[in-house]
Ligand binder design. Structure first.
Ligand code: GTP
Length: 358
Protein backbone atom coordinates (compact mmCIF):
# COMPACT_ATOMS: atom_id res chain seq x y z
CA UNK A 1 0.00 0.00 0.00
CA UNK A 2 2.84 2.35 0.97
CA UNK A 3 4.59 1.64 -2.37
CA UNK A 4 1.37 2.34 -4.27
CA UNK A 5 1.16 5.81 -2.70
CA UNK A 6 4.88 6.38 -3.32
CA UNK A 7 4.66 5.62 -7.07
CA UNK A 8 1.45 7.63 -7.44
CA UNK A 9 3.19 10.67 -5.95
CA UNK A 10 6.17 10.20 -8.27
CA UNK A 11 3.84 9.96 -11.29
CA UNK A 12 2.16 13.23 -10.23
CA UNK A 13 5.56 14.87 -9.91
CA UNK A 14 6.54 13.74 -13.44
CA UNK A 15 3.26 15.15 -14.81
CA UNK A 16 3.87 18.49 -13.10
CA UNK A 17 7.45 18.54 -14.42
CA UNK A 18 6.26 17.88 -17.97
CA UNK A 19 3.77 20.69 -17.66
CA UNK A 20 6.60 22.98 -16.48
CA UNK A 21 8.73 22.03 -19.50
CA UNK A 22 5.96 23.25 -21.79
CA UNK A 23 5.44 26.34 -19.58
CA UNK A 24 9.17 27.23 -19.76
CA UNK A 25 9.24 26.94 -23.53
CA UNK A 26 6.22 29.24 -23.76
CA UNK A 27 7.70 31.77 -21.30
CA UNK A 28 10.96 32.03 -23.28
CA UNK A 29 9.06 32.38 -26.58
CA UNK A 30 6.97 35.18 -25.05
CA UNK A 31 10.08 36.96 -23.79
CA UNK A 32 11.79 36.54 -27.17
CA UNK A 33 8.86 37.98 -29.10
CA UNK A 34 8.87 40.96 -26.70
CA UNK A 35 12.58 41.48 -27.32
CA UNK A 36 12.17 41.14 -31.06
CA UNK A 37 9.28 43.57 -31.07
CA UNK A 38 11.38 46.13 -29.24
CA UNK A 39 14.40 45.62 -31.48
CA UNK A 40 12.28 46.07 -34.59
CA UNK A 41 10.08 48.97 -33.49
CA UNK A 42 11.98 50.49 -30.57
CA UNK A 43 8.64 50.58 -28.84
CA UNK A 44 9.16 50.13 -25.06
CA UNK A 45 5.71 48.51 -24.67
CA UNK A 46 7.33 45.30 -25.98
CA UNK A 47 9.73 45.35 -23.01
CA UNK A 48 6.75 44.55 -20.72
CA UNK A 49 6.03 41.37 -22.68
CA UNK A 50 9.68 40.43 -22.38
CA UNK A 51 9.70 41.07 -18.61
CA UNK A 52 6.54 39.01 -18.20
CA UNK A 53 8.16 36.08 -20.05
CA UNK A 54 11.26 36.46 -17.90
CA UNK A 55 9.21 36.34 -14.67
CA UNK A 56 7.31 33.24 -15.81
CA UNK A 57 10.55 31.56 -16.85
CA UNK A 58 12.09 32.40 -13.44
CA UNK A 59 9.26 30.85 -11.47
CA UNK A 60 9.38 27.70 -13.63
CA UNK A 61 13.14 27.48 -13.15
CA UNK A 62 12.74 27.79 -9.39
CA UNK A 63 10.55 24.67 -9.58
CA UNK A 64 13.16 23.02 -11.83
CA UNK A 65 15.70 23.51 -9.05
CA UNK A 66 13.36 21.84 -6.59
CA UNK A 67 12.51 18.94 -8.91
CA UNK A 68 16.15 18.40 -9.88
CA UNK A 69 16.70 16.93 -6.40
CA UNK A 70 13.57 14.76 -6.49
CA UNK A 71 13.79 13.55 -10.09
CA UNK A 72 17.44 12.54 -10.06
CA UNK A 73 17.14 10.90 -13.50
CA UNK A 74 16.85 14.32 -15.18
CA UNK A 75 18.43 16.45 -12.42
CA UNK A 76 21.62 17.39 -14.41
CA UNK A 77 19.55 18.25 -17.49
CA UNK A 78 17.25 20.55 -15.53
CA UNK A 79 20.23 22.33 -14.04
CA UNK A 80 21.81 22.70 -17.47
CA UNK A 81 18.55 24.06 -18.89
CA UNK A 82 18.42 26.67 -16.10
CA UNK A 83 21.97 27.72 -16.93
CA UNK A 84 21.20 28.07 -20.68
CA UNK A 85 17.99 30.00 -20.00
CA UNK A 86 19.97 32.49 -17.90
CA UNK A 87 22.45 32.84 -20.73
CA UNK A 88 19.58 33.28 -23.18
CA UNK A 89 18.16 36.13 -21.14
CA UNK A 90 21.64 37.69 -20.90
CA UNK A 91 21.88 37.63 -24.69
CA UNK A 92 18.42 39.21 -24.95
CA UNK A 93 19.41 41.91 -22.47
CA UNK A 94 22.63 42.56 -24.27
CA UNK A 95 20.80 42.98 -27.61
CA UNK A 96 18.56 45.55 -26.02
CA UNK A 97 21.54 47.39 -24.46
CA UNK A 98 23.27 47.56 -27.84
CA UNK A 99 20.13 48.92 -29.45
CA UNK A 100 19.83 51.51 -26.71
CA UNK A 101 23.37 52.78 -27.07
CA UNK A 102 24.09 52.23 -30.77
CA UNK A 103 20.73 52.70 -32.41
CA UNK A 104 18.77 50.34 -34.60
CA UNK A 105 21.50 49.85 -37.21
CA UNK A 106 24.17 48.53 -34.87
CA UNK A 107 26.24 45.80 -36.51
CA UNK A 108 26.43 43.65 -33.29
CA UNK A 109 22.72 43.03 -33.39
CA UNK A 110 22.92 40.19 -35.89
CA UNK A 111 25.65 38.50 -33.81
CA UNK A 112 23.44 38.60 -30.66
CA UNK A 113 20.53 37.33 -32.64
CA UNK A 114 22.55 34.37 -33.90
CA UNK A 115 23.81 33.51 -30.41
CA UNK A 116 20.27 33.71 -29.03
CA UNK A 117 19.08 31.42 -31.77
CA UNK A 118 21.74 28.78 -31.01
CA UNK A 119 20.99 28.94 -27.27
CA UNK A 120 17.28 28.52 -27.93
CA UNK A 121 17.99 25.45 -30.05
CA UNK A 122 20.10 23.98 -27.26
CA UNK A 123 17.39 24.74 -24.71
CA UNK A 124 14.68 23.20 -26.87
CA UNK A 125 16.82 20.14 -27.47
CA UNK A 126 17.41 19.66 -23.71
CA UNK A 127 13.74 20.30 -22.93
CA UNK A 128 12.57 17.68 -25.39
CA UNK A 129 15.25 15.24 -24.18
CA UNK A 130 14.09 15.76 -20.56
CA UNK A 131 10.48 15.35 -21.65
CA UNK A 132 11.31 12.07 -23.40
CA UNK A 133 12.97 10.76 -20.23
CA UNK A 134 10.01 11.90 -18.16
CA UNK A 135 7.61 10.16 -20.50
CA UNK A 136 9.44 6.87 -20.11
CA UNK A 137 9.69 7.41 -16.33
CA UNK A 138 5.94 8.00 -16.24
CA UNK A 139 5.35 4.74 -18.11
CA UNK A 140 7.60 2.92 -15.58
CA UNK A 141 5.72 4.40 -12.64
CA UNK A 142 2.38 3.53 -14.21
CA UNK A 143 3.55 -0.05 -14.63
CA UNK A 144 4.67 -0.15 -10.98
CA UNK A 145 1.31 1.27 -9.89
CA UNK A 146 -0.56 -1.34 -11.94
CA UNK A 147 1.54 -4.19 -10.49
CA UNK A 148 1.09 -2.94 -6.95
CA UNK A 149 -2.63 -2.48 -7.43
CA UNK A 150 -2.96 -6.06 -8.63
CA UNK A 151 -0.85 -7.19 -5.65
CA UNK A 152 -3.01 -5.10 -3.28
CA UNK A 153 -6.25 -6.49 -4.70
CA UNK A 154 -4.89 -10.05 -4.53
CA UNK A 155 -3.66 -9.39 -0.99
CA UNK A 156 -7.07 -8.02 0.01
CA UNK A 157 -8.81 -11.05 -1.52
CA UNK A 158 -6.43 -13.44 0.26
CA UNK A 159 -6.86 -11.55 3.52
CA UNK A 160 -10.63 -11.64 3.10
CA UNK A 161 -10.52 -15.37 2.42
CA UNK A 162 -8.29 -15.87 5.45
CA UNK A 163 -10.64 -13.87 7.68
CA UNK A 164 -13.66 -15.80 6.35
CA UNK A 165 -11.86 -19.13 6.93
CA UNK A 166 -10.93 -18.10 10.47
CA UNK A 167 -14.52 -17.00 11.11
CA UNK A 168 -15.94 -20.26 9.72
CA UNK A 169 -13.40 -22.27 11.70
CA UNK A 170 -14.12 -20.42 14.95
CA UNK A 171 -17.89 -20.64 14.29
CA UNK A 172 -17.61 -24.40 13.78
CA UNK A 173 -15.36 -24.82 16.83
CA UNK A 174 -17.75 -22.77 18.96
CA UNK A 175 -20.77 -24.74 17.71
CA UNK A 176 -18.91 -27.99 18.37
CA UNK A 177 -18.01 -26.77 21.85
CA UNK A 178 -21.59 -25.72 22.56
CA UNK A 179 -22.88 -29.09 21.30
CA UNK A 180 -20.32 -30.83 23.49
CA UNK A 181 -21.33 -28.75 26.53
CA UNK A 182 -25.04 -29.44 25.88
CA UNK A 183 -24.32 -33.16 25.42
CA UNK A 184 -22.21 -33.28 28.59
CA UNK A 185 -24.89 -31.38 30.44
CA UNK A 186 -27.55 -33.80 29.19
CA UNK A 187 -25.38 -36.78 30.17
CA UNK A 188 -24.72 -35.24 33.59
CA UNK A 189 -28.42 -34.56 34.06
CA UNK A 190 -29.25 -38.10 32.98
CA UNK A 191 -26.66 -39.53 35.36
CA UNK A 192 -27.93 -37.42 38.21
CA UNK A 193 -31.51 -38.42 37.36
CA UNK A 194 -30.51 -42.09 37.31
CA UNK A 195 -28.74 -41.68 40.63
CA UNK A 196 -31.88 -40.34 42.25
CA UNK A 197 -34.65 -42.19 40.43
CA UNK A 198 -35.89 -45.71 40.04
CA UNK A 199 -35.34 -46.83 36.44
CA UNK A 200 -38.48 -48.96 36.29
CA UNK A 201 -41.19 -46.63 37.62
CA UNK A 202 -39.41 -43.28 37.23
CA UNK A 203 -40.20 -42.50 40.88
CA UNK A 204 -37.54 -41.09 43.23
CA UNK A 205 -35.45 -43.94 44.75
CA UNK A 206 -34.33 -44.83 48.28
CA UNK A 207 -31.49 -42.32 48.10
CA UNK A 208 -33.93 -39.52 47.28
CA UNK A 209 -36.10 -40.57 50.23
CA UNK A 210 -33.19 -39.85 52.56
CA UNK A 211 -32.49 -36.46 50.94
CA UNK A 212 -36.15 -35.46 50.94
CA UNK A 213 -36.72 -36.57 54.52
CA UNK A 214 -33.65 -34.67 55.64
CA UNK A 215 -35.01 -31.51 54.05
CA UNK A 216 -38.57 -31.98 55.39
CA UNK A 217 -37.28 -32.84 58.85
CA UNK A 218 -35.25 -29.62 58.95
CA UNK A 219 -38.26 -27.59 57.85
CA UNK A 220 -40.56 -29.29 60.37
CA UNK A 221 -38.10 -28.58 63.17
CA UNK A 222 -37.88 -24.91 62.22
CA UNK A 223 -41.62 -24.44 61.84
CA UNK A 224 -42.80 -26.92 64.51
CA UNK A 225 -45.10 -28.56 61.98
CA UNK A 226 -45.69 -32.32 61.72
CA UNK A 227 -45.05 -34.64 58.79
CA UNK A 228 -45.94 -38.29 58.21
CA UNK A 229 -44.16 -41.25 56.65
CA UNK A 230 -46.25 -43.97 54.96
CA UNK A 231 -44.38 -47.27 54.51
CA UNK A 232 -46.28 -49.30 51.89
CA UNK A 233 -45.69 -52.88 50.79
CA UNK A 234 -47.78 -54.66 48.18
CA UNK A 235 -49.65 -57.79 49.24
CA UNK A 236 -49.31 -60.92 47.13
CA UNK A 237 -46.77 -59.48 44.72
CA UNK A 238 -44.54 -62.54 44.75
CA UNK A 239 -47.46 -64.62 43.52
CA UNK A 240 -47.89 -62.34 40.52
CA UNK A 241 -44.25 -62.81 39.61
CA UNK A 242 -44.56 -66.55 40.03
CA UNK A 243 -47.76 -66.82 38.05
CA UNK A 244 -47.25 -64.35 35.20
CA UNK A 245 -43.51 -63.84 35.11
CA UNK A 246 -41.14 -61.10 36.21
CA UNK A 247 -41.91 -58.86 33.21
CA UNK A 248 -45.56 -58.64 34.14
CA UNK A 249 -44.51 -58.03 37.75
CA UNK A 250 -42.50 -55.06 36.45
CA UNK A 251 -45.46 -53.76 34.47
CA UNK A 252 -47.61 -54.10 37.58
CA UNK A 253 -45.13 -52.02 39.61
CA UNK A 254 -45.29 -49.28 36.95
CA UNK A 255 -49.10 -49.39 37.01
CA UNK A 256 -49.18 -49.29 40.83
CA UNK A 257 -46.91 -46.21 40.84
CA UNK A 258 -49.24 -44.40 38.48
CA UNK A 259 -52.31 -45.44 40.54
CA UNK A 260 -50.71 -44.08 43.72
CA UNK A 261 -49.97 -40.77 42.02
CA UNK A 262 -53.64 -40.37 41.14
CA UNK A 263 -54.68 -39.95 44.79
CA UNK A 264 -51.72 -37.83 45.89
CA UNK A 265 -51.31 -34.06 46.00
CA UNK A 266 -48.43 -32.09 44.51
CA UNK A 267 -46.85 -31.59 47.92
CA UNK A 268 -46.82 -35.33 48.71
CA UNK A 269 -43.59 -37.17 47.99
CA UNK A 270 -43.78 -40.74 46.66
CA UNK A 271 -40.74 -42.99 46.16
CA UNK A 272 -39.99 -46.60 45.40
CA UNK A 273 -37.96 -47.92 48.29
CA UNK A 274 -37.09 -51.20 46.51
CA UNK A 275 -38.88 -54.44 45.49
CA UNK A 276 -42.60 -53.95 46.09
CA UNK A 277 -42.07 -51.31 48.81
CA UNK A 278 -43.00 -47.64 48.45
CA UNK A 279 -42.51 -44.70 50.79
CA UNK A 280 -44.86 -41.73 50.92
CA UNK A 281 -43.98 -38.52 52.80
CA UNK A 282 -46.91 -36.23 53.60
CA UNK A 283 -45.55 -32.87 54.71
CA UNK A 284 -48.67 -30.68 54.67
CA UNK A 285 -51.70 -31.73 56.74
CA UNK A 286 -53.58 -30.46 59.77
CA UNK A 287 -55.14 -33.50 61.42
CA UNK A 288 -54.48 -37.20 61.60
CA UNK A 289 -57.92 -37.68 60.06
CA UNK A 290 -56.46 -36.47 56.76
CA UNK A 291 -53.80 -39.17 56.93
CA UNK A 292 -56.43 -41.80 57.62
CA UNK A 293 -58.47 -40.60 54.65
CA UNK A 294 -55.44 -40.79 52.42
CA UNK A 295 -54.53 -44.30 53.64
CA UNK A 296 -58.08 -45.46 52.91
CA UNK A 297 -57.98 -44.00 49.43
CA UNK A 298 -54.68 -45.78 48.74
CA UNK A 299 -56.09 -49.12 49.91
CA UNK A 300 -59.27 -48.48 47.91
CA UNK A 301 -57.19 -48.31 44.73
CA UNK A 302 -56.88 -52.10 44.90
CA UNK A 303 -60.52 -52.81 45.70
CA UNK A 304 -60.87 -53.88 42.08
CA UNK A 305 -58.25 -55.99 40.28
CA UNK A 306 -55.54 -53.92 38.58
CA UNK A 307 -55.49 -54.38 34.79
CA UNK A 308 -52.02 -55.10 33.45
CA UNK A 309 -51.72 -56.10 29.77
CA UNK A 310 -55.42 -56.97 29.86
CA UNK A 311 -54.89 -59.32 32.78
CA UNK A 312 -56.79 -58.55 35.97
CA UNK A 313 -54.37 -58.78 38.86
CA UNK A 314 -55.56 -59.00 42.43
CA UNK A 315 -53.23 -57.38 44.89
CA UNK A 316 -53.44 -55.16 47.92
CA UNK A 317 -51.27 -52.82 49.95
CA UNK A 318 -50.30 -52.84 53.62
CA UNK A 319 -49.44 -49.45 55.07
CA UNK A 320 -47.56 -48.39 58.22
CA UNK A 321 -47.75 -44.70 59.26
CA UNK A 322 -45.35 -42.80 61.54
CA UNK A 323 -45.75 -39.13 62.44
CA UNK A 324 -43.15 -36.57 63.37
CA UNK A 325 -42.73 -35.56 66.14
CA UNK A 326 -45.34 -37.80 67.76
CA UNK A 327 -43.68 -41.15 66.93
CA UNK A 328 -40.07 -40.06 66.92
CA UNK A 329 -37.73 -37.13 66.61
CA UNK A 330 -35.17 -38.68 64.25
CA UNK A 331 -35.65 -39.77 60.62
CA UNK A 332 -34.16 -43.22 61.13
CA UNK A 333 -36.35 -43.82 64.13
CA UNK A 334 -39.45 -42.73 62.19
CA UNK A 335 -38.62 -44.94 59.18
CA UNK A 336 -38.13 -47.99 61.42
CA UNK A 337 -41.37 -47.23 63.24
CA UNK A 338 -43.32 -46.89 59.96
CA UNK A 339 -41.80 -50.16 58.70
CA UNK A 340 -42.81 -51.88 61.91
CA UNK A 341 -46.35 -50.47 61.65
CA UNK A 342 -46.52 -51.83 58.10
CA UNK A 343 -45.67 -55.30 59.45
CA UNK A 344 -48.44 -54.87 61.98
CA UNK A 345 -50.81 -54.35 59.04
CA UNK A 346 -49.48 -57.53 57.40
CA UNK A 347 -49.84 -59.44 60.66
CA UNK A 348 -53.39 -58.21 61.14
CA UNK A 349 -54.59 -59.53 57.77
CA UNK A 350 -52.92 -57.26 55.12
CA UNK A 351 -54.57 -54.65 52.89
CA UNK A 352 -54.95 -52.19 55.74
CA UNK A 353 -53.12 -49.33 57.42
CA UNK A 354 -51.67 -49.09 60.95
CA UNK A 355 -50.23 -46.15 62.85
CA UNK A 356 -47.20 -46.78 65.00
CA UNK A 357 -48.35 -48.47 68.18
CA UNK A 358 -48.57 -45.96 71.03
N1 GTP B 1 -41.08 -58.13 38.94
C1 GTP B 1 -40.29 -57.68 39.90
N2 GTP B 1 -40.22 -58.32 41.08
C2 GTP B 1 -39.43 -57.86 42.07
C3 GTP B 1 -38.65 -56.70 41.92
N3 GTP B 1 -37.97 -56.48 43.06
C4 GTP B 1 -38.33 -57.45 43.90
N4 GTP B 1 -39.22 -58.28 43.33
C5 GTP B 1 -39.87 -59.44 43.86
O1 GTP B 1 -40.94 -58.99 44.72
C6 GTP B 1 -41.21 -59.97 45.67
C7 GTP B 1 -41.36 -59.26 46.99
O2 GTP B 1 -41.50 -60.21 48.03
P1 GTP B 1 -42.65 -60.18 49.10
O3 GTP B 1 -42.98 -58.78 49.48
O4 GTP B 1 -42.26 -61.10 50.18
O5 GTP B 1 -43.82 -60.81 48.33
P2 GTP B 1 -45.34 -60.70 48.63
O6 GTP B 1 -45.99 -61.79 47.86
O7 GTP B 1 -45.78 -59.34 48.34
O8 GTP B 1 -45.41 -61.04 50.17
P3 GTP B 1 -46.22 -60.21 51.23
O9 GTP B 1 -45.57 -58.91 51.30
O10 GTP B 1 -46.09 -61.01 52.50
O11 GTP B 1 -47.61 -60.17 50.73
C8 GTP B 1 -40.03 -60.92 45.62
O12 GTP B 1 -40.44 -62.13 45.01
C9 GTP B 1 -38.98 -60.24 44.75
O13 GTP B 1 -38.25 -61.18 43.99
C10 GTP B 1 -38.71 -56.06 40.65
O14 GTP B 1 -38.05 -55.02 40.39
N5 GTP B 1 -39.51 -56.54 39.68
Amino acid sequence: MYQLVYYSELKDLVDRQRYDIVALGKAITNAESGQRGYLLTGHTLFLDTMEQGRMEAKSVMARFDQHANQLTEIGPQLKRINQLVHEKFDVMDRGIQVQLSAGSYASHLSLSKDKGHVLMMQINHLLSEADGKLESLRADYEQQIRERMVASVLGAILLGMLIISVLIFSYRSTMHLIEQVIKNQAVAEQLSHHAEHDLLTGLPNRRSVDTHLHHIHQLARNTSRPFAIFFMDLDGFKKVNDEYGHALGDALLVEVASLFKKVLRQTDFLARQGGDEFVLVVSIYLHRAELIQLAQRLIQLFAEPVMVRNIPIEIGVSIGIAEYPHHGQQIKQLLLAADKAMYDSKKNGKNRYSFVAE
